[in-house]
Design a protein around this ligand. Structure first.
Ligand code: ADP
Ligand code: MG
Length: 284
């Protein structure tokens, strides 16, 4: 990312302003970005994917939606993105109802790249849809590819890339509009564990560089505990939030975080919540 796009660094601020700014930033970070209240979603085939879902996402959160397959995680993400309407309930943005929705980048489970187009053409797509010329977008494409660690792959074709690299291109495509909210739907689920760990680390770094909020869907307890500042645990039938777990450790975290008590405690609490929900269903 070009330095002009980054906010003024803390160290370059006059010392007298710093305490005040820190307090203000803490306040801003705690401000709700989007609040879902009593949200339900019933599909036309009669499936009640979500019912009574309450969730508050704060600016600056790295929030994971964690739950078993079929519990409504993707549905919740699509409702937040405005790709589908809720059947009932409200989704309120800080800046006003639907009009207050910030700029959003969406990363799907599959990279969904156009196989006939180069990496740079794939990353260009969201800007092309906004009417940008390729020449004007060139710097933005470069910035997005640098953020995901692929600065030298502009001209490559998708078939020349590994699974992890394809996902990096997909993330670059979501970042090229400089979104303030990044929605990610199990982006690393299909990758091997080593690649996934590397992308986890890179994602935390780029969240800090982009200064954005992330809502991250996963069914991995370990991935959610490593990445998140907050985990919202979901249960199915009906899809809803059954527990929230906060993790204070600053991002980006490093490998040794996986051995710290905060991480292990979050894993245990998330596992307990998921098992509790399953046991309750067994007795229904
Ligand atoms: N477009 C759709 N039409 C009908 N049912 C759907 C649709 N999308 C999802 N569902 C159903 O809604 C439930 C939740 O799905 P989904 O949100 O994809 O869960 P998850 O992402 O947690 O696996 C599932 O039972 C699924 O079969
Ligand atoms: Mg899903």
């Amino acid at each position: 990312m070009s330095s002009s796009a980054l906010p003024l660094s803390r160290s370059s601020r006059p010392p007298g302003d710093r305490a005040l700014l820190d307090a203000e930033e803490a306040k801003i970070e705690a401000a709700p970005l989007v609040t879902l209240a009593g949200v339900s979603k019933k599909y036309q085939n009669g499936v009640a994917a979500l019912a009574g879902l309450d969730l508050c996402v704060r600016t600056g959160d790295f929030l994971s939606l964690l739950g078993p397959s079929g519990c409504g995680k993707s549905t919740a993400l699509r409702l937040i993105a405005g790709l589908e309407p809720a059947t009932s309930g409200t989704i309120e943005w800080a800046g006003g109802q639907a009009s207050g929705r910030p700029s959003i980048g969406f990363v799907f489970q599959d990279p969904t790249l156009m196989p006939w187009a180069s990496v740079e053409s794939n990353v260009f797509l969201p800007l092309r849809l906004e009417g940008w010329s390729f020449r004007t977008a060139s710097e933005r494409i470069e910035e997005a590819l640098a953020l995901v660690g692929l600065p030298d792959f502009r001209k490559a074709m998708p078939r020349e890339l590994s699974g992890g690299m394809k996902m990096r291109v997909s993330i670059a495509r979501a970042l090229v509009t400089r979104p303030s909210l990044l929605l990610m739907d199990e982006p690393f689920a299909a990758l091997d564990e080593i690649t996934r760990f590397k992308l986890n680390d890179d994602l935390m770094r780029l969240k800090q560089e982009m200064n954005c909020t992330v809502i991250f869907v996963t069914h991995s307890i370990y991935e959610s505990a490593y990445l998140s500042t907050r985990i919202a645990v979901m249960a199915a039938r009906p899809g809803r939030i059954i527990a929230e777990i906060g993790l204070d450790a600053a991002l980006p975290r490093k490998e040794h975080f996986r051995r710290e008590s905060a991480y292990l405690d979050a894993c245990a609490r998330a596992a307990d919540a998921l098992h509790g929900a399953m046991d309750a269903k067994d007795h229904m």
